[in-house]
Each structure stands twice: as C-alpha cells, then as structure tokens.
Ligand binder design. Structure first.
Ligand code: CAA
Length: 278
C-alpha cells in the first residue's frame, strides 16, 4: 500500500461538526478526498443495531452524501463490527407491531438508496443484522479474526435485513443454507474464498486498508462511480426487491410464533431455548 495514497485525517468544519454532535451512536471522522469514516458506537452491547442507531446511521449518511462525501468507510470495534439486531428491542414485539411499523425495512431501505459507496471495515463479529449491514455495503474488508454469521434461526426468527437474499447471491445456495439453517459461521478466510468479502488482512490494518480503498474510489469521478455502483447493483440485485419483500413477510411472520418469544427470552436469560415448534 502506498502510504501517500491513504486518506489522511482532516478536521470537520464547524457547521457540520455541530450537526454531527447530536448523533452519539455514530462517530464521524473526516479524511482527505471526501472520505468519511463512520464508526458504530454501542460498545457495551457489541454494537447491537437498535432502531435509534440505524436511524442515526441513515441520517448521517444522507447528510454527508448531500454535503461533500465521496466514499464512506463503515466500521465497528475490534471485538465487533456488530453483533446483530438488538434482541432486547426485538424480543417483546408482536407480529402486528413489526408489520405495522415495517420493522427494520422502514429504516434500512433508506441506506440502500444511497449513491455513495460504502466500504465495510470488519473486525471481530459480524452476526445477524451486523452481517447484513456489512453485506449492504459495497465492498467488505475484514481482519483475519473476523467472523460472519446469520444466527437468527437459533433465536426463533429468520434474517430480516436482507440476509437470506444477499448471502445466497454472494456465496451460493449450499453455503448460504449452511449458514442460515445450521448457524455455521464463516471465518474471514472462508468468507473471502466464498466471495462474500473482497480482502482479508491483519486485524490492525483493516481500517487503513478500507480507507485506502475508499480514497482510491473518492479520487475518481463522482458521477462515474455512482453509475458504476448502480449498474453493478442492478446486475447483482435485479431480483432482490421481490426477494426482500418475501423475506420481510416471513421475518414478520416469525413474530407470530411462540418460538420467537422463547428464543429471544432464552438469549436474554442466558439459557438454552425450549422450542415449542409453534
Ligand atoms: N442484541 C442485544 N444485545 C446484545 C446482542 C444483540 N444482538 N449481542 C450482544 N448483546 C449484549 C449482551 O446481551 C451483553 O449485554 P450485558 O453485558 O448487558 O449482558 C453484551 O452485549 C456483551 O455480550 P456477551 O456478554 O454475550 O458477549 P460474549 O463475548 O460472551 O458473546 C456473542 C458474544 C456470541 C456475540 C453473544 O453476545 C451473542 O450471541 N449475541 C447475539 C448474536 C445474535 O444472535 N445476533 C442476531 C440478532 S437477531 C438479528 O440480527 C435480526 C435481524 O436480522 C435484524
């Protein structure tokens, strides 16, 4: 990596700094060339993705996209990129509630509409919604100790933020089924070999590598990058919309099961679930 090509840290201007201060769950650092580093900030719960965090992330991305952002790097902590949707927030929800509030979809779909690329810099755990958030990014770089997985079925639900749809497109049916049905996790090396992520690197170099990739993207023509992203997305995701709707219906339907309550309660009580099969 040529060091002089890496985006150097820059001071945020006062106007944008004041606006960004209210987003306490997403830390923002500006780098050269219009690269912004966004760091998820709920360390006590391993960056579990509650509605508020996802709302803040979506707002920050929209705000910076309309300002001078040319590429984002999204990261978490060394221990966890994100350990999934927030189970405490989800556990008590009913089928009627998740359907009425369009749980997950109403906020996450805004992130999908961005035209600026995101490079995910993943260290540690990328589980459930955390893995889905990484997959919603355009390029994933991970450290050797990163772990990817979709453990939702063990909680009495199915992935509900694109996991069933994006994983199969990235790694194929056999591996996707294994991960989703059996709860198998993928190491960073397996994820790279399977096509889920683009680069594996030493844990302490992940962020620098992601910033390097982002600065290379940001130095190119903004409309060209935006068109290239749109067209690659189209090839990859042209049938995604229907799939996402189908996933959403079934994700919501799991909240009508007793096993959803049991699975999540068991996690919160730190015990094994006692499945009722209903
Ligand atoms: N939601 C809410 N809280 C979470 C969480 C989550 N997804 N993951 C971890 N936490 C919390 C824990 O409850 C714990 O909080 P307390 O200290 O208050 O008890 C804290 O984060 C630290 O976690 P652990 O003590 O469990 O840490 P660990 O190192 O022993 O285990 C882990 C780490 C294996 C990731 C374990 O925390 C775990 O299994 N987490 C849940 C992973 C998961 O099932 N994710 C999928 C969620 S559902 C989803 O994502 C749906 C969707 O599609 C949107």
């Amino acid at each position: 990596m040529k060091k002089d090509s890496v985006a150097k840290s820059k001071e945020l201007t006062n106007d944008i700094k004041t606006i960004l201060e209210k987003y306490e769950l997403v830390n923002v650092n500006k780098h050269d060339f219009g690269v912004y580093q966004l760091s998820l900030n709920r360390p006590k719960v391993l960056n579990a993705l509650n509605d508020e965090l996802m709302r803040q992330l979506s707002d920050v991305i929209t705000l910076l996209q309309n300002h001078d952002a040319r590429c984002f790097v999204l990261t978490g902590s060394q221990k966890a990129f994100a350990a999934g949707g927030d189970i405490s927030e989800m556990s008590g929800k009913s089928y009627a509630q998740v359907t009425e509030e369009q749980y997950v979809t109403s906020i996450w779909s805004k992130l999908e509409q961005r035209h600026i690329p995101i490079v995910a810099a993943v260290n540690g755990l990328a589980l459930g919604g955390g893995c889905e958030l990484a997959m919603l990014c355009d390029i994933i770089v991970a450290g050797y100790s990163a772990t990817f997985g979709l453990p939702e079925a063990g909680l009495g639900i199915i992935p509900g933020a694109g996991g069933t749809q994006r994983l199969i497109r990235a790694v194929g049916k056999a591996k996707a089924m294994d991960v989703i049905l059996s709860g198998k996790t993928l190491t960073a090396i397996e994820a790279e070999r399977s096509g889920l992520i683009s680069r594996v690197i030493d844990d302490d170099k992940v962020l620098a590598e992601a910033l390097y990739i982002a600065s290379n993207i940001a130095k190119r023509s903004k409309p060209v990058i935006s068109m290239a992203k749109k067209v690659v997305d189209y090839a990859h995701e042209s049938s995604l919309k229907n799939g996402m709707q189908y996933e959403q219906q079934n994700f919501y339907a799991t909240f009508a099961l007793e096993d959803q309550k049991e699975g999540m309660q068991a996690f919160l009580e730190r015990r094994k679930p006692n499945w009722q099969d209903k």
